[in-house]
Design a protein around this ligand. Structure first.
Ligand SMILES: [Zn+2]
Length: 270
């Protein structure tokens, strides 16, 4: 008997958080810690290979939720409702694990129509498909420590929005984020760069630490404040990206921030 492999990718959705604040002066280029166009996923072929492959099938479980009909593309509001409902099931310990049947696997092998894109931290305790109780083909997930955006992350999200017509993009931070903790510590101790790529993560999160300091956050509140500010900064930067911003402007995409609580399992929408 094979064990159920629920890899999930979470789905995201939103509607309210998608308000289009005017792009701040910090456009996505300003946000990027450094420009690494050289490593940018340069071709559709790479993206096609990257995005076309399937995930893991859920092969066990007593309760089998029905597969969704992807023909009915949800609005950003409906997409967010699906995420809210899925997270409520996860929090209550009553996941349905939808879209994880063998039939679903066969259906999505022919193409994907995810209803939400999620940019979340790489932290092993924050798997979007699990905490939003979604299945194969539901969520277009991009992850990096601290949800830091580099060209590869940005290109992946642009692809999801432009080519997969995803109506909702969620930037998902989480409590007790190690990347944020490390950055706060680096700022407080005035640590020197290590020469590793981790420096890029710290450089990207550092402005949120500085902003938190400017508004007086300190002590135990500091990290939590930075976590929220980092989500907001990433969300605003994505909205000001020319490609993603175009879809936000024509109201076919909502970009929303949220923070996942490791202890309660709840997603708080910002
Ligand atoms: Zn994290």
């Amino acid at each position: 008997m094979s064990a159920p492999t629920d890899t999930a990718e979470a789905a995201t959705e939103d509607d309210e958080a998608g308000d289009t604040k005017a792009s701040s002066k910090s456009g996505i280029d300003a946000y990027l810690p450094n420009r690494r166009e050289a490593i940018f996923l340069g071709g559709g072929a790479i993206l096609g290979g990257l995005l076309g492959a399937g995930g893991v099938a859920y092969t066990g479980g007593e309760h089998v939720a029905p597969d969704r009909n992807d023909a009915a593309a949800p609005s950003s509001k409906q997409a967010r409702e699906l995420l809210v409902e899925g997270n409520a099931r996860f929090v209550a310990g009553t996941p349905e694990r939808p879209d994880q049947t063998l039939a679903r696997r066969a259906i999505v092998a022919g193409g994907q129509h995810p209803f939400a894109a999620i940019l979340s931290c790489a932290d092993s305790r924050v798997p979007p498909e699990v905490l939003f109780d979604q299945g194969l083909g539901d969520l277009f997930v991009v992850r990096s420590a601290g949800q830091v955006v580099d060209r590869a992350v940005l290109g992946s999200l642009q692809y999801g929005v432009e080519h997969l017509e995803i109506p909702l993009l969620v930037v998902l931070g989480h409590t007790a984020c190690g990347a944020v903790n490390a950055t706060v510590e680096a700022v407080e101790t005035k640590a020197k760069p290590t020469g590793t790529a981790i420096d890029d993560l710290v450089a990207a999160i550092k402005p949120a630490v500085e902003e938190a300091g400017e508004i007086g956050a300190e002590g135990e509140d500091l990290v939590e404040t930075v976590i929220g500010l980092n989500v907001e900064r990433v969300s605003e930067a994505l909205k000001s990206d020319p490609v993603i911003g175009e879809f936000v402007a024509k109201r076919s995409l909502k970009v929303v921030g949220a923070v996942y609580d490791l202890s309660t399992g709840e997603v708080e929408w910002l």
